[in-house]
Design a protein around this ligand. Structure first.
Ligand SMILES: C[S@@+](CC[C@H](N)C(=O)[O-])C[C@H]1O[C@@H](n2cnc3c(N)ncnc32)[C@H](O)[C@@H]1O
Length: 315
């Protein structure tokens, strides 16, 4: 197993990367593009607001700041900016992925339609959407300035899930089986023989033990990341890329399974912080989703013999 974390802008790295050389991409990009620009990150680090706002502290606890995606959602110029960013990104991703390679990409319900269009126009097949259940602190508020008058209303639903788009580069071979043999890609790895990868994943906020190890504002939880990272390599080998690696949750999940992976992060502070954090995150919960190969094999054998005995009974 090998992993590489590089302090670089993913657009330039991806443009230089060899064609058909990445097996899957698992990533959590800046959903609205703007929130991780140097200008906005500097404002956040100086506590100067910008797109990052502090949610109200109902219980007196200090809350972490969150980007306001409604700022982008409401402005056609900002929406075009998001489309252009993901359109350019999709073209680069398409070239370096092997045929049949999957992309798992996080978004927000407010902007996932724009991402989806950019991915489709970039040549990808849409293969569904993974729902990560999580209370997001988005929405649910009463109309501003008239909270008492309209006490029984909320302006937008309270966010209880996060969409992860699932896309695939079209196969080069005639069948999935042939594509799997040639590129080790085209399908998703099952949790075990009896359980296919499912698109609804119960999740929670990232636990404090993980946030203390990797204090990145958008760190995703290991429990969730390990599920999708595991599924992304159907045969358990190949290379995973996270072009927006942030606090390193994708790389940590990949290392946990012994998968080869590459992480790209353009911000130097996040890069340095995550270099340290990744091995520590990877070694958390050693028994959570470790390789289930032995269990899978025996479960598969049981299923095969059950199927054979069924056939025997039929004839
Ligand atoms: C939403 S965060 C990723 C968080 C990550 N999934 C985790 O669990 O920690 C997006 C990251 O992408 C980085 N980023 C933004 N634009 C980038 C680019 N063009 N190239 C590389 N990294 C970039 C940001 O600095 C930020 O750390």
């Amino acid at each position: 197993m090998a992993y590489d974390l590089i302090n670089v802008d993913c657009f330039s790295w991806m443009a230089e990367r060899k064609e058909n050389s990445i097996t899957s991409i698992v990533t959590d990009p800046p959903y609205g593009v703007k929130e991780y620009t140097e200008k906005e990150i500097e404002k956040k680090r100086n506590g100067k607001g910008g797109i990052w706002r502090m949610p109200p502290a109902f219980d007196g606890h200090l809350r972490k700041s969150l980007p306001r995606f409604s700022v982008i959602n409401d402005d056609p110029k900002e929406r075009k900016n998001v489309y252009d960013f993901f359109s350019k990104w999709a073209t680069l991703a398409f070239r370096i992925l092997v045929p049949g390679g999957h992309v798992f990409i996080a978004s927000t319900p407010l902007l996932s339609d724009i991402l989806s269009l950019a991915m489709r126009n970039g040549g990808f097949e849409r293969r569904g959407e993974i729902i990560r259940t999580v209370s997001t602190l988005r929405g649910g508020d009463r109309p501003k300035g008239a909270e008492i008058e309209f006490a029984e209303t909320s302006v937008i639903p309270k966010g209880m899930w996060e969409p992860w788009g699932l896309y695939r580069k079209p196969l080069s071979e005639r069948t999935v089986a042939k594509n799997l043999r040639r590129w080790k890609a085209g399908a998703l790895r099952r949790e075990n023989s009896d359980l296919p990868f499912c698109d609804l994943i119960q999740s929670t906020k990232t636990p404090s033990i993980e946030r203390d190890i990797s204090p990145h504002p958008s760190l995703k939880p290991q429990k969730f990341m390990r599920k999708i990272v595991y599924a992304s390599l159907p045969l358990g080998n190949g290379i995973i890329l996270d072009p927006f690696s942030g606090g390193g949750s994708t790389l940590a999940a990949a290392i946990h399974f012994g998968y080869d992976c590459i992480g790209l992060e353009k911000d130097e502070q996040f890069f340095i912080m995550s270099q340290n954090a990744i091995p520590k995150l990877a070694s958390l919960y050693p028994n959570l989703f470790t390789q289930t190969e032995n269990i899978s094999v025996s479960a598969r054998q049981r299923k095969v013999s059950r199927d054979f005995s069924l056939i025997e009974t039929l004839f």
